[in-house]
Design a protein around this ligand. Sequence first.
Ligand code: HEM
Length: 215
Amino acid sequence: MSSLSAPSSSLNAWLMKPWAKPLLWLLCAVPLVLLCTAVATDRLGANPVDTFIKEMGEWSLRFLWLTLAITPLRDVAGLPGLLRHRRALGVTAFVYAFIHFLAYAWLDQGWRLDDIVADVIKRNFILVGFVALLLMLPLALTSFNAAIRALGGRRWQVLHKLVYAVALLALLHFYMKKAAKNDLAEVGVYAAILAVLLGWRVMRKGGVLAMLRVR
Ligand code: HEM
């Protein structure tokens, strides 16, 4: 990439190193390791089950937002090497959402399927989270090279547009949870970041960024 500036070019070379991927996977596991350590050492406060479920949900949201930030960052910062790390972030978002669900099903509902179904029907925010998780499943299952080859690049890309629906549903799930307590500051921050990330894509499609000379 001859057009990269010197700092971008060295950062990009770093992103392309063979050890950059394993390092990122390790970093992705850090929140889970820290949370599990906190559970084991009884440092999750008065209500460790709720805290664990909440933290896993929030980390899933953070990794989802990071996944969506890769394309704009790649273009704005001129870092094509970022793209090879998007999959790790997306898969981590799914794994954390799945652990969030498993923790809820096990620690909150004691694996009782009828209670879980009743809760999904009774509480809209659980239903919305459930749909978001279901939509994440095909994305996670097709995140491997063999699946991409089997689907074909074009169909894979169309399927992975589901990530936008997942992001909106996850945000709605978070909003519904927090709105009940009239505590919307954090949701507002996530909503603003998502608006920028999605707005950027809309503008790029419309060629506005090309006009502003952002590739
Ligand atoms: C079957 C799917 C899901 C279920 C059953 C579920 C369940 C829950 C429950 C019970 C809570 C409240 C925890 C508490 O206050 O003790 C919660 C909060 C939350 N969930 Fe989910 N969820 C699901 C999917 C998701 C997904 C896919 C995401 C993100 C991608 C997510 C993100 C969050 C967030 C950010 C919170 C709020 C945490 C906070 O209050 O700080 N959830 N969820």
